[in-house]
Design a protein around this ligand. Structure first.
Ligand code: RIB
Ligand code: CA
Length: 321
């Protein structure tokens, strides 16, 4: 069975780190490129973090720099959740990268790689959709040449950065609207499932015990756990690793239940800016492009698989140290 060919577009980002670790350690994918975008932190930080993560996991995956800013929206970076580096740690950190960023803009690289292998490349988008929107603007036919898009973003149930909008879509709603209107085959993992994609106390303990100190993977996840509002409120005992959901679904689709729905993005200024709306009426008009939206998940099995990946990452990093 040939391994699925991926491009991972991300803004690492603690949960982006967990998603990349899951993809790399699963052995299920040929990860052809990682493209970075501004999102959780400025572009220079998300590029550095992507290089750090790719190297620490023992890969030679090329990393490309993408958009330095959203298409239109400007906002303060959410340092409260990811720290000023975008990958702050409660203790040990990952070793600095040995490689430099690859030459060329991420949007051009996405377009070139998809055009070189029509129908073969799966795009995994884990941050604001700016790079993919730019690639679609450069090459509108790209939507039909991508094998499929799986992305963490949006939420029918509501938001996190505002009452109605989830961060990835809110950071660049115009980009998300371009992508969703393109007709690309897409599966959306929004807050409807990712807010429940948390690992628990036992999982954190298993990760901590994976290798003797220093354990940068455990310390990085601990930083993210300590800044989780849901953990602080006592709703859960571990962090929601949002970005792992699209990757986990590619590995094992039985982890989630999806529904085909027309999804639109609010791009008008105001309290709903960046909201994602799904028309769930059975008689919804047929002309709206539909995507598959994940609405249910098997959390214990997902958490076990994600924790296995983080444990394996901790061991690989310890062996490479
Ligand atoms: O809302 C969650 C998303 O915002 C995740 O991708 C996380 O990394 C942040 O970018
Ligand atoms: Ca992210």
């Amino acid at each position: 069975m040939p391994r699925r060919r991926l491009i991972i577009d991300c803004d690492p980002g603690h949960d982006d780190f967990a998603a990349i670790a899951l993809a790399v350690t699963s052995g299920a994918f040929d990860i052809e490129a990682i493209t970075a975008v501004c999102g959780n932190a400025p572009l220079d930080r998300t590029v550095a973090n992507a290089l750090t993560i790719a190297d620490a996991l023992g890969t030679s995956i090329p990393v490309y720099a993408g958009a330095v800013a959203p298409l239109l929206h400007r906002y303060e970076f959410p340092a409260a959740f990811h720290g000023v580096t975008g990958l702050d740690s409660a203790g040990a950190t990952l070793p600095p990268p040995r490689r430099a960023v690859a030459p060329g803009h991420a949007a051009l690289e996405i377009a070139a790689r998809v055009n070189a292998a029509p129908g073969e490349i799966t795009l995994v988008v884990l941050g604001p959709m700016t790079n993919l929107a730019l690639a679609l603007a450069l090459d509108p036919d790209l939507a039909s040449k991508v094998r499929e898009l799986v992305f963490m973003g949006g939420g029918i149930v509501g938001g996190n950065v505002t009452a109605r909008a989830e961060f990835n879509v809110w950071a660049d709603p115009e980009a998300a609207a371009i992508v969703l209107r393109s007709g690309i085959k897409a599966t959306m993992f929004g807050l409807d499932v990712t807010n429940r994609a948390f690992i628990d106390t036992d999982d954190l303990a298993r990760l901590r015990a994976a290798v003797p100190a220093p354990n940068p993977v455990a310390d990085i996840i601990q930083f993210y756990t300590e800044r989780s509002g849901d953990v602080a409120a006592g709703r859960v005992h571990g962090p929601s690793l949002h970005d792992t959901c699209p990757v986990a679904w590619l590995i094992d689709p039985t982890l989630f239940q999806t529904e085909s729905l027309p999804v639109t993005v609010e791009t008008s200024p105001g309290p709903r800016y960046g909201a994602t709306d799904a028309d769930r009426r059975t008689w919804a008009p047929d002309h709206l492009p539909r995507i598959d939206v994940a609405l249910e998940l098997d959390r214990p099995r997902l958490a076990a698989r994600v924790t296995d990946a983080l444990v394996e990452a901790a061991k690989r990093i310890a062996n490479n140290a």
